[in-house]
Design a protein around this ligand. Sequence first.
Ligand SMILES: NC(=O)c1ccc[n+]([C@@H]2O[C@H](COP(=O)([O-])OP(=O)(O)OC[C@H]3O[C@@H](n4cnc5c(N)ncnc54)[C@H](O)[C@@H]3O)[C@@H](O)[C@H]2O)c1
Ligand SMILES: [Zn+2]
Ligand SMILES: [Zn+2]
Length: 399
Amino acid sequence: MRALAWHGRHDVRVDTVDDPEIVNKRDAIIKVTSTAICGSDLHLYDGYIPTMKAGDILGHEFMGEVVETGPGSTLQKGQRVVVPFTIACGSCFHCGKQQYSACDNGNPADNQDIAETLYGQPMSGLFGYSHMTGGYAGGQAEYVRVPYSDVGPIVIPDGVDDDKVLFLSDILPTGWQAAENADIEPGDTVAVWGCGPVGLFAVQSAFLMGAARVIAIDHFPKRLELARRFGAETINFEETATYDALMQMTGGIGPDACIDSVGLEAHGLFVDNVIDQIKKSTFLGTDRIHSIRQAIVACRKGGRVSMPAVYGGIVDKFPLGAFMEKGLTLKTGQTHVQRYLPGLLNAIMEGKIDTTFLISHRMPLEQAPEAYRMFHDEQNDVTKIVLKPGMAVPAPAAA
Ligand SMILES: NC(=O)c1ccc[n+]([C@@H]2O[C@H](COP(=O)([O-])OP(=O)(O)OC[C@H]3O[C@@H](n4cnc5c(N)ncnc54)[C@H](O)[C@@H]3O)[C@@H](O)[C@H]2O)c1
Ligand SMILES: [Zn+2]
Ligand SMILES: [Zn+2]
């Protein structure tokens, strides 16, 4: 089959590789019909995530048709499913608490040492996201093996377009969990850093949970425009100092809840970001944590901070004093996707959540390297790219 493989920093290629096979009883094989590139994939593309190997197949946002099932799968051939990016067994201690992204069984034991040393406990399994998370082949491919297929995938009713449901695989539940982790109360003012897909779904979710005002922060005009479409007020951090603007907009109190949906690649020329940048280029650190620092400093006393954004390493210049003295709460984590799927599918079917607005480009899988370059370099115009393995590569335009 054809699949998008990582070969190094800014080097991804569509290779011909072996088709996946059923390995365990509960596996299923999915023929991928749609798969998206995520902001998290950019962290791999930029070489920030350790334990990647040349040839690793990327992709953790995908859906498709069931073409093969192991004897323990509950899926049936021909069903259309969306697959969560987190691989969870459904029956361990953590899955019992619906903390699926903390599953103890999704990541094979021989891959667990690095994370155990770094984080104290091994990480759970994720599709297409390094050997630290299991080394699973991802879904930016024609076919993919889905372990624990009786727990993760959600079956999509006939007649519902891929574009409407694909983002159930990650960014929609991630935006939702981000808002849930902000413990939003009716009437709250919520600030959201980053108007990428996660931030934009956090904006929609925050309003659905009763926020009176949502203030969205970014520097790409088109992304800010999308946030305004859902009723957010916006701050362009290149034109206005974010902290000052937030204080002015909240009468000097600060937002009740702050959501960091930027992550370890924060843009911008800020003193703290420059220090992080120097450390990164001298291998003294990996993460640029500007947005979470700012969220903590701007948040009102007694407020809540939610951090869906991904960070990987050990950081410094973390405003622990502000965090403690102001009595803040911080919630974070990889998304427990499985927990949210039935409710969010219903919300889509009832028209309460709009997902298709986000897709700026649909491209054949064969053009995935170009798609990665575009999503990386042209973030104003490119909000989300959906790759279609079945789509023909367009003929070059006649001269
Ligand atoms: N917790 C999870 O399970 C989970 C799931 C998916 C994605 N993520 C993470 O969420 C984050 C966002 O994902 P995405 O797909 O929306 O990514 P993205 O790269 O498309 O969007 C990030 C946005 O942040 C903006 N930004 C950069 N610096 C900023 C700053 N200083 N202030 C305000 N905005 C700034 C960028 O302009 C961009 O629009 C990433 O870190 C990703 O890895 C986490
Ligand atoms: Zn993702
Ligand atoms: Zn489990």
